[in-house]
Design a protein around this ligand. Sequence first.
Ligand code: ZN
Ligand code: ZN
Ligand code: ZN
Length: 456
Amino acid sequence: MLEVYSGSDGSAAILEPAQSENIVERCLAVWRSVGLSEKPSVEWFPRKVVPFSAVYSKLFDTAVASDPDAVVLAEQRRSAPLHNLRDHIPLSLLPVIDIGGRAKHFADVHFDLMDQASWIETARCILEFRGRREGLSPFVRASLDPQTRLLAQAFVSARQLTPIRCAETTGGICYPGFPSAEHTVPLAESLCRQHYMKRTFFDRLHECARCGSRRLSVREECNACRSPELRQASLIHHYRCATLRPEAEFRQGNLLICPKCSVQLRNYGKDYDKPGQTQICSDCNRTTSEPAVGFVCLDCSTHADGDTVKRADVHAYALTAEAVAALTKPVDSFAIKGLPQALVADLRQLQAMQATAGSNLAVAEVRYGARQSITQARGEPVFERLRALFLENLANFLAGRGTIYPGETADYLLLDDTGERVGTDIDRLLAQGQNSLSEDLSPRIRLATSFKRALP
Ligand SMILES: [Zn+2]
Ligand SMILES: [Zn+2]
Ligand SMILES: [Zn+2]
């Protein structure tokens, strides 16, 4: 059977079985020669593409889904947006291999069946990601905390958060290799305040006050009525009466007659001169030599004056040496910052023993949304009593499947469970804790750390 193969330049090629067999063998040999000894195991995004699968399934192992090496980007729609690609492919510390040839810097490497150089680049990319991933602290590798994941992704992909302009999004920018700007920027800004990232200025954009869009049209406007319909005209300066008006006001047929003193202007340089240009508003007829600057939102048509429009500075972000040190420390400092001492001790012991092979542990953090309101209305002792009851309910419900560590501002659970079950159990967990309490504590659980892949 012939195989249709689509090249990275959009061309299509037809491979005979013998040809494709030959390419597969050569590619695997090249991979071995640069140190990639086994077929890389991959996940497909958005899904495995059938026309390619015959060749690609001989190169990439799709069966082993537990510990993949890469995500293969097989988006076939030419119009699919790329700026939010990483909103859909989680920051899983894996490289994105583009086989369609259109993802450019949104992918980490491009693989082209017909281009041997791309085979080598792909193998190197997989190996480099793997090496840096293994350099991460196990706590960082397993952390589900969005800030930690952003740092870890930047480290593993060896990429800075470098913005590019992007008209497809109302924010006007995106960060290739990372989630869309509205997710990435608040995390990066917070990481800057914690000295884990440093930022450098990229550009100043302007923002619509009504809808927040930065897709604005900039224009010169009449100072009086804000119309953009301005036209250029030369000015005439009549020496005798010192009037200075647009030429059109002097023009009567072939003659120039002063509109103020009605004298005919005859000699350029002697009677009058032309000192420059002015702008005339077609709406209100006023003239101005310095028009105003105004903005109109392309998304909601709201108008803003140049001097009051909201400015939005855009930055690039890079990891600091402090972040790299924290990311690669055997037991990382910020994943456990603020955890109760008893929990930290147990975690260290678990890590040292590596005794949890095959089991799944997760650290969950519980915070109480109603803490402030209950403390204010009924006093702190009442809140603390409710909190103690809540934790007691949880302990009864968990019955040996987890340990509770009361903390200062939050409480922590070390859960012995599979990742999936913890996820679906959380609502039940909270409901059980809340059971028969006289007031709603509005508890929120955040899965701080999962050890699913951290402890070998
Ligand atoms: Zn708007
Ligand atoms: Zn006007
Ligand atoms: Zn005059």
